[in-house]
Design a protein around this ligand. Structure first.
Ligand SMILES: [Zn+2]
Length: 692
């Protein structure tokens, strides 16, 4: 190692920590030594090395083999891969102005580097040779799966096309990227341009924090002493949940639903229509029936028909439940003497009343039982009882941020499995939400196991005064969720850097983990009152369980409407020329969306389909089917049954991204997934479910 570090040194490499051995516990990145100025040179050098290695593969005169082509390609750009992971994780959890500038500068360069690789005809020729002659190479199942996915990824990105078609493809891609940015910016502008001004008397019934935020918004708009609400979710939804003035609710909700559809300079109708048309064209060029067919190929769903089948059967179950919810809310309206029919903008207000009436559960009742330290101890205990793994604090370990804590994850026999960081509190340098990512992926290098370094990042309430950090039930589930991702990363047994996880499967390990959080048996392990140590009372546990059925008709219908619309747009075959408003209206009529519910997103502000989740919005529910069914296996045999846990680990956690997703599930469950457990758990099984 010393030799290669020496060889790599050039005059201005100076002390760049990426260019030498880390010399840290378990070889974690030496965070305190990595400065913003080190990234750019490391990226540049990483790309240069990667290019050289790829060129060597391409120039080689030997017959292409799995080893000299596919494996060599996987190993190329090792430095780049290392820097990329560290940079991506740090810009999310601990960024600053310099890192943001670097991000802006490096993004197009990295995109260019990736494209250069994927549209490199010489390289593809070799990959194709190995793919076409794979029988000669005696490949193991992991290698076969890797090769198959790599080859098809190149094909989906246009490697198989002639020069002229590749040029067309590049033009379409470029135009689409511009349209996506415009679409996003229009939604942002429409959202930012709107204010609902309200009087003091209309603040009645609103939580104080919400009124304060509205005063702050007004002040920022130069109107101190007034109150303003916006169409951003944290503003509009609590407002229409608590505001008693029906006209105001309707006004802001209409504004929300018409973003990007106002016939002004920010109108998204034509932009989305062009995106749909171009995506259909691109799919055709690449030899696929529709955009959805292209996108779904590497996913568990495989073809759009499978998505439609599942979503439609859920739709049929959810609509009657939603209709029942309408009836229950109408009863409240009638009882209060309101002489009107429930409208979409009334839903949040009356469902809140219904929630109080039926479930009577206050988040503040639960919080004292969910002290952060106990919850963390709880997830560690669950993992230990399932898989035998342990988590011990590592002292003197470089940390991605001083707030983070490092743990060594070990097998029951003491073997080192990986390093896990836990980083819980919000700060300015951290983006919103919660996630789990790797600083280093598991892979095998020259026969040696390179162990993963992973981080779980959240934005939980900080301890205040003498009160420790007390979590809401949502936050508890978030921690279990992200920890589920972390276990997936920890236990992965990939030989290669690149794994091919199906996008509609990745939320299985995380969502599955959430089930343990609220099981009475598990709650009794960790949900202890932070002052008295008393275990959470059974009545509260029951209330918590019941509240899981609340508003499920609505939640499912509004989500499924958006999902089905996404699939409807993206199964259109070229030339796919449509008028957005007409298409949307006709489609919702056709599937029978009830008038009291608006799709979770209407077309002109459906940001998911502008990029990344196009023909992919279904994946949340798809994974929900899987996790509910998978958890059933534990319910049947016991929450900590060792044979089920071992099978889950062996067939899914260790193989995620190395084996076909459906195959993994079948190997674990002994059959393909079924939807009944999801229906039961969310009260969609029968209409009566909602009445629990
Ligand atoms: Zn997740």
């Amino acid at each position: 190692m010393a030799l290669s570090a020496c060889k790599n040194k050039t005059a201005n490499d100076g002390n760049n920590p990426f260019f030498s051995d880390y010399n840290t516990p378990f070889d974690v990145p030496p965070f305190e030594k990595i400065m913003a100025k080190h990234y750019m040179p490391a990226f540049e050098k990483g790309m240069a090395e990667g290019r050289k290695e790829i060129e060597a593969i391409q120039r080689s005169r030997q017959e292409p083999t799995f080893q000299n082509t596919i494996e060599a390609l996987d190993r190329s750009g090792d430095l780049l891969a290392r820097v990329r992971l560290v940079f991506a994780a740090q810009t999310s959890a601990n960024t600053n102005d310099s890192l943001q500038d670097i991000e802006m500068e490096i993004s197009p360069k990295l995109a260019g580097y990736d494209d250069e690789k994927r549209l490199n005809p010489g390289l593809f020729k070799k990959i194709k040779y190995v793919y076409d002659n794979q029988n000669k190479f005696n490949l193991n199942p992991e290698q076969q799966f890797h090769l198959e996915n790599l080859y098809k990824e190149f094909v989906r990105n246009g490697a198989n096309l002639g020069k002229k078609d590749q040029d067309t493809l590049k033009r379409i891609n470029q135009r689409l990227s511009v349209l996506a940015v415009t679409f996003n910016q229009n939604v942002l502008a429409e959202t930012n341009n709107y204010r609902l001004w309200v009087n003091k008397e209309d603040l009645k019934g609103l939580p104080e924090s919400l009124a304060e935020a509205a005063a702050q918004t007004a002040k920022e708009s130069g109107q101190e002493g007034k109150w303003a609400f916006t169409t951003q979710r944290p503003s509009i939804f609590p407002f229409i949940q608590y505001c008693g003035n029906r006209d105001l609710r309707r006004e802001i909700f209409d504004a929300y639903c018409n973003r990007g559809n106002n016939g002004n300079e920010f109108d998204n109708n034509k932009i989305l229509a062009e995106m749909i048309k171009l995506r259909a064209e691109r799919a055709k060029l690449l030899g696929y029936k529709s955009h959805a067919h292209l996108v779904l190929e590497p996913r568990m769903a495989k073809v759009p028909e499978n998505v439609f089948e599942l979503m439609t059967s859920l739709w049929e179950k959810a609509v009657p439940v939603a209709k029942n919810e309408v009836r229950e809310m109408q009863k409240i309206i009638d009882k209060e003497g309101g002489r009107f029919k429930l409208e979409p903008s009334d839903w949040w207000y009356y469902s809140e009343k219904l929630r109080k009436e039926k479930y009577n559960l206050d988040d503040n009742e639960l919080r004292p039982y969910f002290q952060l330290d106990n919850v963390q101890e709880g997830v560690f205990t669950v993992a230990k009882r399932l898989f035998g793994v342990t988590f011990s604090p590592i002292n003197d370990c470089p940390l991605p941020h001083p707030d983070a804590r490092a743990f060594e994850v070990k097998e029951s026999d003491g073997t080192h499995l990986g390093v896990l960081y836990m980083d819980f509190y919000p700060r300015e340098s951290k983006r919103q939400g919660a996630w789990s990512v790797n600083y280093r992926n598991h892979h095998i290098l020259d026969g040696e196991r390179i162990t993963p370094v992973n981080t779980v990042v959240c934005n939980f309430t900080r301890p205040g005064g003498d009160q420790p950090s007390l979590l809401t039930i949502d936050e508890v589930q978030t921690l279990y969720h992200e920890f589920g991702h972390a276990l997936d990363f920890m236990m992965n047994k990939s030989t290669y850097n690149q794994v091919y996880q199906a996008w509609d499967f990745v939320e299985l390990p995380s969502q599955l983990m959430e089930h343990w959080a609220t099981e009475p048996e598990v709650l009794s392990i960790y949900a202890k009152h932070y002052k008295t140590g008393e275990i959470i009372p059974a009545t509260l546990v029951q209330k918590l369980k019941n509240s899981g059925y609340f508003n499920q008709g609505f939640t499912n219908v509004e989500y499924l409407a958006a999902t089905l619309l996404d699939m409807a747009y993206h199964t259109l075959e070229a030339p796919a020329i449509i008028d957005i408003q007409t298409f949307e209206k006709d489609y919702f009529n056709k599937i029978g969306l009830i008038p009291e519910i608006v799709s979770r997103y209407r077309s002109t502000y459906f940001l998911h389909i502008a990029g990344e989740y196009d023909a992919g919005y279904y994946s949340y529910k798809w994974a929900a089917v899987l996790d509910n069914d998978a958890f059933e296996a534990f319910r049947e045999k016991g929450l900590f049954d060792q044979s089920v846990a071992a099978s889950y680990r062996k067939n899914i956690l260790e193989k995620n991204g190395l084996v076909d997703a459906m195959q993994m599930f079948v190997n674990f469950r002994g059959r393909e997934p079924v939807i009944e457990p999801l229906l039961r758990n969310t009260g969609l099984m029968t209409e009566a479910g909602i009445k629990n």
